[in-house]
Design a protein around this ligand. Structure first.
Ligand code: NAD
Length: 566
């Protein structure tokens, strides 16, 4: 849906009167079609269409006074391709001018994160002519400030943990120490390699990547400008994939320089002696473990009664025990109200717990209280795109269509589930629908991976939800302490847990906490999705010695058939 805006009248006229209107609602128009006469004292101007599509509404009436900038017609269509208008002069007062272009394509994707770039590639695979616009760094939060950089840090943290345990494995190591600058350098290299990889894939798919900030154009479509080009883009479809940003508590002291977001903490140059983390969600807890391994004294202050409050109690118990063993201080049921600076420059985090005012100290304070959708990147109202009921995300249906059928939205900006892999899949669904296929999202079997220690992987129904919804379920567990590979690795904490239905012999959900949990959980997702009868899996042979045997043993255990656990 776009609007035909009056951008030219007779000569230098700024206003006129509408004469004869030559089109009506429902007409199919193309570029060059005569729309209406605009009459002024100086002369008549025949307004022609620069758009193609179906007229939804005529917004002007014969005899009405109009001016430049007024919307004349609402149309289900896009601005048609008009020859590229070259900059009038390459140089003006010695400064290069951006080249003006009118780009016409099948799909414009705004935002190059794991949602946007995947959508672009999928649409290109299906034959679309795609433009992808990214204002900052290709790969978005996931690649530049989220999943990938944190996992690089997690690797360094685990390695250091192992080195510190090396005596246990018969290896003497002396003087092991953390060099955060080197760790950050390695992280940046990983990010840069992956970022080049994405650019290569986009190039191979003939996707045009424009670096710049996309804006909603008053004439419909998208406008983007950078030092080289100034492009007006008309596309059959738009996919909004503008992501999210760290949420900041609106409390005094939130803007102090010692307060960092999850993006900023990735580039600090030295390990803080102490770190106070506001928020014991996934981000807060991943950083709690990373900086604990690096040697910081970590305190987590969480509003809810539990850290990782969406997870099952038995999983939280393992993590809470591990925090206690490692000396990570957890303060739950505490609302942070204020951050102040001590005389020696440390952060004083003031919080309320049991109606008392308490304090935690940190050389640095990490704010990890969620992420908010980037809703203001484009003018949603002008695009005819509505927000969800809570006003915190773009409203989409299961096809990822917004309230404007030619505009789709995917990823964190929809605020459905803020996970990179969900964004990517939403991108695939949106791209397929743009290209005329019928694809839809299913949210009941979404895996999730948390890189605390031990790792957590969950998929399908969790016990917390099962209890709430009253679904009949059976729980089966197999502990890693009974697995040979886990024991030889010295990583015996945790278990594989299955929720199953005795009625139809299917697996409803699974959770793994322990060595390699984030990879092992993938065994369960297809079984749940395909409603596999778990009895058919009893003769599957799993390689020995592997931690995957625990998955198999847990499945056997549903009917009491686990061999290594009674
Ligand atoms: P979150 O919502 O998971 O956790 C934020 C926590 O902050 C909550 O537990 C909340 O109760 C707490 N909080 C809010 N206000 C507070 C206050 N005043 N005082 C104390 N505590 C307060 O958000 P997050 O951890 O920032 O993660 C953001 C999003 O990114 C989530 O949707 C998360 O699932 C996703 N993410 C996922 C992964 C992963 O799956 N590995 C990794 C990173 C991020």
């Amino acid at each position: 849906m776009s609007k035909i805006i009056i951008n030219k009248l007779f000569g230098e006229d700024k206003s006129a009167r509408v004469g004869k209107i030559f089109v009506k609602t429902g007409d199919q128009i193309k570029a060059g079609d005569e729309l209406f006469n605009a009459e002024s004292a100086k002369g008549n101007y025949l307004v022609k269409s620069e758009h193609e599509g179906k007229i939804l509404e005529i917004l002007i009436k014969e005899g009405q006074q109009i001016k430049i900038g007024d919307a004349a017609i609402e149309i289900d269509g896009v601005k048609a391709c008009i020859k590229t208008e070259k900059a009038k002069s390459a140089y003006s007062f010695g400064l290069a001018q951006p080249k003006k272009e009118n780009i016409c394509c099948d799909l414009v994707v705004v935002g190059g994160g794991p949602g946007g770039y995947v959508a672009a590639i999928r649409a290109a695979q299906l034959g679309a002519d795609v433009v992808l616009i990214e204002k900052h760094k290709i790969g978005g939060t996931c690649l530049n400030y989220g999943c990938i950089p944190t996992k690089s840090l997690v690797k360094s943290a685990h390695l250091f943990d192992e080195i510190l345990r090396s005596e246990e494995f018969g290896i003497h190591v002396q003087h092991a120490k953390i060099d955060l600058l080197k760790i950050v350098e390695r992280k940046d290299k990983v990010v840069s390699e992956l970022s080049s990889g994405i650019k290569y894939l986009l190039g191979k798919s003939n996707i045009r990547l424009i670096e710049g900030e996309a804006k909603t154009s008053p004439e419909g479509g998208i406008f983007v400008k950078n030092a080289k080009i100034e492009a007006q883009i008309s596309a059959r479809n738009i996919i909004i994939a503008t992501g999210s940003s760290p949420a900041i508590l609106q409390i005094p002291g939130a803007d102090l320089p010692i307060v960092l977001t999850s993006e900023e903490i990735l580039s600090i140059s030295s390990v803080p002696e102490s770190l106070a983390i506001i928020g014991g969600g996934v981000i807060g807890m991943e950083f709690a473990f990373i900086f604990n391994s690096f040697g910081s004294k970590v305190t987590v202050i969480e509003y809810m009664d539990d850290i990782l409050f969406n997870f099952d109690e038995d999983i939280i118990e393992v993590i809470v025990q591990e925090c206690s063993d490692r000396g990570i201080r957890l303060i739950t049921g505490a609302r942070v109200d204020e951050i102040d600076l001590s005389d020696d420059g440390k952060g004083i985090v003031a919080f309320t717990k049991n109606e008392s005012r308490c304090y935690a100290i940190g050389d640095r304070v990490l704010m990890a209280v969620g992420r908010k959708a980037n809703l203001s990147a484009l003018d949603t109202e002008a695009l005819g795109v509505s927000l969800n009921e809570r006003g915190n995300g773009i409203k989409v249906d299961l096809h990822m269509r917004t309230s404007n059928p030619s505009v789709f939205a995917i990823g964190d900006v929809t605020n459905k589930l803020q996970l990179a892999h969900v964004a990517s899949h939403q991108g695939i669904v949106a791209a397929e629908n743009c290209m005329g296929l019928e694809s839809s999202m299913k949210y009941d079997v979404i895996p999730s991976a948390v890189f605390v220690s031990p790792e957590i992987g969950v998929t399908g129904l969790c016990e917390r939800e099962a209890k709430k919804s009253g679904i009949a379920y059976k729980v089966t567990k197999f502990p890693f302490s009974a697995n040979g590979k886990a024991l030889s690795q010295g990583e015996t904490k945790g278990f594989v847990k299955i929720l199953s239905s005795e009625e139809d012999h299917t697996i409803l959900g699974a959770a793994v906490i322990g060595p390699g949990a984030t990879d092992l959980i993938s065994n369960f997702t297809p079984l749940i999705m395909q409603k596999t009868d778990y009895r058919t899996l009893s003769h599957t042979i799993v390689a020995h010695p592997t931690t995957a045997e625990s998955v198999h043993e847990a499945i056997l255990g549903i009917e009491g058939g686990a061999i290594h656990f009674a």
